[in-house]
Design a protein around this ligand. Structure first.
Ligand code: PRP
Ligand code: URA
Length: 209
């Protein structure tokens, strides 16, 4: 069974408090989501394998280490996952980027797919799925299913704020996928929004409400 990792570095907790604040405007919100994604991916990649190499320094030869193993792909879930892409690319500039388009039906809260484009060699990569919010877990579970259908099996999920129900739903649907979150909130309201949460992440990122 995969684990849910709660990333609670003080910088993450501080920045998550700032994006929760309803008075944080679009520009600052976007900047903070980018920074949070960067701090999270630093932790998410902690288990990356290394290999020894030799490097000529100006002084002598150093035996040192570089990243080995699978290449990385990142897959933001549209729309809100887009806000996390730049932060991740700042640390892993060679990562390829796929996109999955899903929106929640406002009546049923079920995820509806409208787009899926992954890197051609996605199945050879470690894929990191990005979405700031894990509410019912339906969008994340469906996004991961879509990715698996294309032959990818090395997947991590990164959400900034999660509900306990969302984490459970993803773990049940995809027990092989490790989930990384910066905060686990109380639960969901009648509209399946995370409480206390931060509201609608897509609207806050793109200023659409
Ligand atoms: C939000 C969010 C997640 C989803 C989470 O997207 O970015 O994708 O809801 O909810 P769930 O866990 O209950 O599925 P939304 O559907 O609002 O689309 P948007 O990003 O285009 O606004
Ligand atoms: N989507 C959001 O953007 N926020 C929530 O709280 C739940 C789903």
């Amino acid at each position: 069974m995969a684990s849910a990792h709660i990333l609670d570095h003080p910088l993450l907790q501080h920045k998550v408090s700032m994006i929760r604040d309803k008075n944080t405007g679009t520009k600052e919100f976007r900047e903070l989501v980018k920074e949070i994604a960067m701090l999270m991916v630093y932790e998410v990649t902690r288990d990356m394998p290394l290999k020894e190499v030799e490097v000529e320094t100006p002084i002598t030869t150093a035996r040192t280490k570089v990243i080995a193993g699978k290449m990385v792909g990142i897959v933001p879930v549209l729309r809100a996952g887009l806000g996390m892409v730049e932060g991740v690319l700042n640390l892993i500039p060679g990562a390829k980027v796929g996109h999955i388009g899903l929106y929640r039906d406002p009546e049923t809260f079920q995820a509806v797919e409208y787009y899926c484009k992954l890197p051609v060699d996605a199945e050879e990569r470690e894929l990191i799925v990005l979405d700031p919010m894990l509410a019912t877990g339906g969008s994340a579970a469906d996004a991961i299913s879509l990715i698996k259908k294309r032959g990818c099996n090395n997947i991590k999920l990164v959400n900034i704020i999660a509900s306990p129900e969302g984490i459970e739903a993803v773990r049940k649907a995809h027990p092989d996928v490790d989930v990384y979150v910066a905060a686990v909130d109380e639960g969901l309201n009648d509209h399946a929004y995370i409480v206390p949460g931060l509201g609608d992440a897509g609207d806050r990122l793109f200023g659409t409400k």
